[in-house]
Design a protein around this ligand. Sequence first.
Ligand code: FAD
Length: 118
Amino acid sequence: PPDVQALGRSAWTFLHTLSANYPKNPTQEEKSDMKQFLGLFGKLYPCWVCAEDFREWMDRPENKLQVGSGGKGGNWLNSRERFGLWMCMAHNAVNTKLGKAEFDCRKWEERWRTGCGV
Ligand code: FAD
């Protein structure tokens, strides 16, 4: 890929903005759409090492996105709060891998809120 850094910054801007706009009370369809989207994102992200590690992270039992209730997943798709935290943790996993400081996930919404009044 031409520029892994620029691609990464833009991608994280998109992904965190996506979480900031995720419904507070998502329907089954909204959960399912997000799960599918991230599955495809992880397949198509045009930095192949990045994509592979991201898929591996998403595949861990504790990070798995599940649409239905039950199971022992973290219900990450159940609300904007949960999903925003999940995305922050995903980003922190990459920060750690790259030797960068962890971001304080209590502040993700403050950092990424769009101001669209939602
Ligand atoms: P970025 O990490 O891009 O962060 C941008 C801004 O987001 C920061 O300035 C900060 O304000 C905010 N932020 C930081 N951490 C968090 C957080 N946890 N939650 C919310 N907001 C936060 N690069 C590689 O070299 N190797 C990889 O394997 C790799 N994998 C990646 C996987 C994915 C899915 C993505 C989207 C990117 C990946 N990248 C990878 C790119 C890397 O994460 C950075 O985007 C890139 O190194 C530029 O870093 P940066 O310091 O400019 O800030």
